[in-house]
Design a protein around this ligand. Structure first.
Ligand code: YH5
Length: 281
């Protein structure tokens, strides 16, 4: 694995695990006003996450929560592009664009983003070619089904092996299209077409995904598997989130996608102190 990823001119250092701060730019996520307010609040929130130690900000304009409805191309562009342009000026970390649409990927990179985060693993028409021509890193996430229906009847013979096979096939498709292998990040996709039992097995067996030699990213922050384990609403899932992130770090994960950046950064520092036997900074 190469330790430093060039994200459109900004470097992501993966010699130590890093935290990716989640920035949802949907009308419901900053519910304190109209369009202008949404943009202002989003930029303020991202600046705060960087101050807390986020090494990447992941910007998403389309909700990919189970059952969420699709957003039109124009609507998604209107939401994310102005925020990317402003954030590119105001923070110095790489910005990632959480989208499945090639047109949004291209516009986001032009606006200053440096990394593509695709929950659909570049399966949209033209997506692999688009990312190959943009020359930026990409996170390939596993999802069974589509956001509208994925939680209806998730089924696997062996979830770990099937997710691994899927990711191997997507790596091959990416390489075929001209995406360099050292620009690919993998993600098993917690909660995307998985039952609680599937999510728990993936967490127990996460180290299976680091053998591909590529960086591994996980998103467990506040997810409904914690709702099931704890019987708690999203805003009461932080301690459970940190427990899962600790388990993931012990198994070699490189990037934690998190709402609660400060807590995740402390988790990284603590686990890495134990793993290495020393403290940095
Ligand atoms: C991910 O795992 N997830 S969006 C439901 C929740 C809480 C959070 C309250 N994008 C991932 O964060 N990208 C999302 O219940 C992602 N990996 C990558 N690479 C879903 C989300 C969430 C959903």
């Amino acid at each position: 694995m190469s330790n430093e990823l060039d994200c459109n001119g900004r470097v992501l250092d993966l010699r130590t695990p890093q935290v990716m701060g989640i920035l949802n730019v949907t009308p419901d996520s900053f519910s304190d006003g109209g369009q202008h307010n949404t943009g202002d609040a989003a930029v303020r929130h991202a600046v705060q996450m960087c101050a807390e130690g986020a090494a990447i900000i992941d910007i998403g304009g389309e909700s990919t929560r189970p059952g969420a409805e699709a957003v039109s191309l124009d609507e998604e562009l209107d939401r994310v592009i102005p925020v990317i342009e402003r954030l590119h000026q105001e923070v110095d970390v790489p910005l990632s664009i959480d989208t499945v649409k090639p047109a949004v990927m291209r516009a986001a990179i032009t606006a200053g983003a440096g990394l593509i985060n695709d929950v659909n693993a570049l399966r949209a028409e033209g997506a692999t070619e688009t990312v190959a021509s943009l020359g930026v890193p990409v996170c390939l996430m596993h999802m069974q089904g589509s956001p509208g229906t994925m939680q209806k009847q998730p089924a696997y013979e062996n979830v770990t092996l099937e997710v691994k096979d899927f990711l191997q096939a997507r790596i091959a498709a990416c390489e075929q299209a001209g995406i360099a292998r050292d620009r690919i990040i993998l993600d098993p996709g917690f909660g995307f077409g998985k039952s609680l039992a599937h999510n728990l097995q993936l967490m127990r067996e996460l180290s299976a995904f680091t053998v591909a030699g590529l960086p591994l990213l996980i998103g467990v922050s506040r997810k409904s598997m914690l709702g099931r384990i704890l019987g708690a609403e999203p805003d009461q899932r932080l301690y459970g989130t940190i427990a899962l992130q600790t388990l993931a770090l012990m198994q070699g994960v490189h990037i934690l996608r998190s709402h609660d950046v400060r807590a995740a950064v402390d988790c990284v520092k603590t686990v890495m102190a134990v793993k290495t036997g020393y403290v940095t900074d």
